[in-house]
Write a protein that binds this ligand. Structure first.
Ligand code: CA
Ligand code: CA
Length: 223
């Protein structure tokens, strides 16, 4: 796990923290125990959430843009599952991510975004194309850029911020001073659909393997 440190202060009213249920706190305790067993130089130790069946991690990289974080997350994998910026589709998933990782960042990118020519406010998407039917915007959000949300990208506020566990929209490369890193989810991205040509080659390969296997059998088995 790559934990970040809040690097930018701010003032203003604080919202009440998101609920960390006992089960989530227990998961967090296990995560800390695993971290204690992990050498400081080791790479990430993603944490499993049984309600989604996915692993999650936070990668510390201050002032990284959403697009750079998105590319980095898509290049990651764990337990055979492709990574992507985390997608939050339920309150339970939001609580889990916030309670396990929220203590370690000020702002962290999620996998939500708008196309630049999109028509707000019904244009938010997850990079996985999951349904956009759960949101956890902080009051007054989304509000940018320029007041009319368009071309924005979603981030979660950390536990020391003004709206712990809630979401903010932010443009890609122009307001990243408070970004601590990004949240990764393994298993949310659907498997790519094979190209028709690939399917044909796969079928031919399987047929060839079956023929070779049959030829290797003992003559008495081919009677
Ligand atoms: Ca998800
Ligand atoms: Ca905003």
């Amino acid at each position: 796990m790559h934990f970040g440190q809040p690097s930018v202060g701010t003032s203003g009213p604080r919202l009440e923290r998101q609920n960390c249920r006992p089960s989530t706190i227990w998961i967090f305790a296990v995560a800390l125990f695993l971290l204690a067993l992990t050498p400081a130089t080791s790479s990430s130790v993603p944490i499993y959430f049984d309600e989604t069946g996915h692993y999650y991690d936070f990668v510390q990289q201050s002032q990284i843009s959403w697009s750079a974080a998105n590319s980095a997350a898509l290049a990651m994998s764990y337990e055979g599952e492709m990574g992507c910026l985390a997608t939050i589709t339920s309150q339970e998933e939001n609580d889990f991510i916030y309670c396990v990782f929220g203590h370690h960042f000020w702002e962290a990118w999620l996998g939500g975004f708008q196309d630049e020519d999109a028509n707000p406010p019904d244009s938010w998407r997850w990079i996985t194309d999951e349904e956009w039917d759960y949101t956890n915007w902080a009051p007054g959000e989304p509000n940018g850029p320029g007041g009319a949300s368009q071309g924005g990208h979603v981030q979660m506020w950390g536990s020391n911020s003004i709206a712990p566990g809630y979401w903010n929209d932010d443009p890609v490369n122009t307001d990243i001073a408070a970004v601590s890193g990004y949240l990764v989810e393994y298993g949310a991205m659907p498997d790519p659909v094979p190209e028709p040509g690939t399917v044909g080659l796969l079928g031919f390969g399987m047929m060839l393997a079956a023929m070779v296997n049959r030829a290797k059998k003992h003559p008495r088995d081919r009677a």
